[in-house]
Design a protein around this ligand. Structure first.
Ligand SMILES: [Zn+2]
Length: 114
């Protein structure tokens, strides 16, 4: 597969399923799946299906914010129960490679990136 060089892998590839993903949870509005190139041993990504640029573009309160946070909470609770700990993180600005809101829920060893 050619390396993706666009700015929104979620709208371009993940949500329309132009790449294979292993789904953890899916609803009409939210998708959670195992990262296709994980940075950590256990690495789940949670993203809204509608385009929201970043965490700073998410409005509170709103139905989508509530659903995203509930999804993160459920997956993080499951990861903590299985492995004892986890991290929840989202990136902004130059740290954010793909300009579509997404959260990483991770546990374990930081993997070598090729
Ligand atoms: Zn998008």
């Amino acid at each position: 597969m050619l390396e993706y060089t666009g700015k929104d892998i979620y709208c371009d590839l993940v949500i329309p399923r132009k790449i294979d993903i292993r789904v953890v949870f899916e609803s009409e509005n939210v998708l959670a799946y195992h990262h296709t190139k994980p940075f950590w041993e256990h690495h789940v990504v949670v993203t809204p299906k509608q385009h929201i640029g970043s965490f700073l573009d998410l409005e509170f309160p709103s139905p989508i914010a509530k659903e995203i946070l509930n999804t993160i909470k459920t997956i993080a609770a499951d990861m903590q129960q299985k492995y004892g700990s986890c991290r929840i993180l989202t990136n902004l600005g130059e740290y954010q490679d793909s300009k579509h809101l997404h959260f990483h829920i991770v546990h374990g060893t930081l993997l070598n990136q090729n």
